[in-house]
Design a protein around this ligand. Structure first.
Ligand SMILES: [Zn+2]
Length: 366
């Protein structure tokens, strides 16, 4: 029985008056004794005790399992892809979440996945144990007009994951909301978005990092997020940003005195974080995801599968989720993209740069 099924039963029990003239309740045979005008004292004692035990059990159940598992106990993962964005091969929101959906369903039969383009229906939100958002950010964020709905949903224990540009919210109230719900956000004139090779030399002892080897990728790894000072923010991916990440002049996304000081000091920059929210729920922010090709990296996909299912309240296996047997090479990455490849697309060059398998044509001379 899930929480939403428990609630009516709980309300029914708490509304049942322990007085002898209470109206009859016909919904539950075990409450039929309330129909008696005067129940025997021992029966009243028994029923009051039973009411206490059952109500407490239901309340404990609600507190520990404020999620929306289906009848089979499967976790419900809702993957939200925003509008087409940057052109072929980058910010491929829909193709990206389809790959994450495959990673999850290939790893476990305990999670059901729903993929939607743009904002989901109320029913889909209600059913979710975690909501994963991959979309344009700032004023075009797909969740911009739905933050109140999200806040109410997260208060029930639902997880939240934001990928790449989706970690950026408009400063002020929307940004504060993202700090509260996601544990941090890209704040313009504070955070930065250079392209660089991040070398993750070690990973923390955290379920999200289970089975993930140290790796490095070329991506638009945002850093210097505005983090929450509430709850618990745990860096999951962090690397020292090279000096050339600061080569651009100051600007909304390119540089400012705060981040320059941090980079000059050689501080590790957090680009993915877990957030244990004060309300007991879990969130995860991931700033990579510019280049679609990096979804072919097993370490990145495993990290995301671990993270998404961790936010849904699942236990992550010791070696992380398996991702199944199928390799994700360039051919698979070409599926579902919003844009067609340009005429000069060099499949082999992409395979080499991003260390992917490819059965495509080799370059001339090979
Ligand atoms: Zn980008």
């Amino acid at each position: 029985m899930n929480a939403t099924q428990r609630l009516p039963a709980l309300q029914l029990l708490l509304q049942a008056s322990p007085y002898p003239n209470a109206p009859p309740l016909n919904h539950r045979c075990h409450l039929a004794m309330w129909r008696s005008p005067v129940a025997p004292p021992h029966a009243r004692t028994f029923v009051v005790a039973l009411l206490f035990v059952v109500a407490n059990g239901l309340l404990a159940g609600l507190a520990s399992q404020a999620t929306a598992e289906d009848a089979d106990g499967n976790k419900q993962v809702l993957l939200v892809a925003g509008n087409p964005s940057h052109g072929f091969g980058s910010h491929e929101h829909y193709a990206g979440v389809r790959l994450l959906a495959d990673a999850i369903t290939s790893s476990t039969d305990k999670a059901a996945v729903t993929v939607v383009k743009r904002w989901p229906t109320d029913e889909q939100v209600d059913a979710a144990d975690t909501i994963v958002i991959y979309c344009d950010g700032g004023g075009r964020h797909v969740a911009m007009a739905h933050r109140d709905q999200l806040r109410k949903k997260l208060a029930k224990g639902c997880g939240l994951v934001c990928i790449h540009y989706a970690v950026e919210m408009v400063p002020g109230e929307p940004g504060d909301d993202w700090v509260e719900m996601l544990g941090g956000h890209f704040e313009v004139h504070y955070s930065v978005n250079p392209h660089w090779v991040a070398d993750f030399k070690s990973l923390p002892n955290h379920p999200i990092a289970a089975g993930v080897e140290p790796f490095k990728t070329d991506d638009e790894w945002y850093f210097y997020m505005r983090f929450s000072d509430q709850g618990k923010v745990t860096p999951i991916l962090a690397a020292v940003a090279p000096e050339d990440t600061m080569r651009r002049p100051d600007g909304a996304h390119s540089g400012n005195p705060h981040v320059r000081k941090s980079v000059a000091a050689g501080e590790k920059q957090t680009v993915a974080w877990a957030y244990d929210r004060p309300d007991g729920g879990r969130s995860f922010g991931f700033t990579g995801g510019h280049y679609h090709w990096n979804w072919g990296n097993d370490n990145q996909r495993r990290l995301m599968a671990n993270a998404i299912l961790w936010t849904a309240g699942m236990d992550v296996p010791k070696n992380g989720f398996s991702l199944g047997q199928e390799k994700v090479g360039v051919e698979r990455l070409l599926e579902n993209q919003d844009y067609n490849p340009p005429k000069n697309f060099d499949q082999q060059q992409v395979a080499e740069k991003f260390e992917l398998t490819s059965t495509g044509p080799k370059k001339k001379g090979q």
